[in-house]
Design a binder for this molecule. Sequence first.
Ligand SMILES: Cc1ncc(C[n+]2csc(CCOP(=O)(O)OP(=O)(O)O)c2C)c(N)n1
Ligand code: SF4
Ligand SMILES: [Mg+2]
Length: 249
Amino acid sequence: MDIGEYLRQEVMPTPFCKGCGHGILMHAILVAIDELGIDFGNMLFVSGIGCAAWIPSPHFAADTLHTTHGRPIAFATGAKLFNPELDVVVISGDGDLVSIGGNHLIHAVRRDLDVTVIMANNRVYGMTGGQLASTTPHDRITATTPGGNPERDFDTCRLVLACGAGYAARYSVAEPVNLRRVIKNALQHKGFSFVEAMTICPTQYGRMNKMPVPSQMIEELKSLCISGTRAQVMAGDAPEGKVYVGEFI
Ligand SMILES: Cc1ncc(C[n+]2csc(CCOP(=O)(O)OP(=O)(O)O)c2C)c(N)n1
Ligand code: SF4
Ligand SMILES: [Mg+2]
């Protein structure tokens, strides 16, 4: 199927800045769904607030819920409990899902809610001007930490695995084939599944960290990500400045 058929053409183009990684993730999700042959009409996409939250809503020609900041998992929980037959997928940003909505995330994992959560991690609050998020790496510049982030960041895969997630994976948009593969596996997993898509925000994070050109950020992702196992993620022993990617099951 032509991927364009999954999109509401009347709301195109997307609102993303040129070079934003959210478009790559959007494509990976739609191709994964197409390759699995999932009934798009039986899917519900839930997002919160932020640039990433615009990935499904209003662009996907399926049922979508564009909810409040940090709360998409709460809405998804209600929808799934009301109609367990629905394929419910949450797609939102790092600020939305683990910074502001972190409590909903950990309890959805604890309950083993049968939904897939796809988190677009651009390591910043992109939409609102590039403020510090709980996913911003140590020392990085944001609008609220001009001298560098004094805190350490969350490894969200480690967090959900510690909460008992049956499926967690992480790849970057610089590896779209692997990203698509793990999205497919997550969509097929029964119970809670989590995919972290490391992505780029050239407008905010890139501009403030001397990578205003999208290709510079893609190169940074390539050098940042190294293959790791579940045990390595749980040990939290990634070398300084590196992030483990892989399927952590
Ligand atoms: C309760 C609440 N707090 C703050 C905001 C402002 N706000 C809207 S989007 C956003 C940042 C979203 O960041 P993220 O989820 O990482 O998405 P991105 O824009 O980076 O893709 C913030 C702080 C809000 N709308 N509601
Ligand atoms: S501000 Fe950043 S995350 Fe938002 S659309 Fe622009 S590049 Fe993408
Ligand atoms: Mg973000």
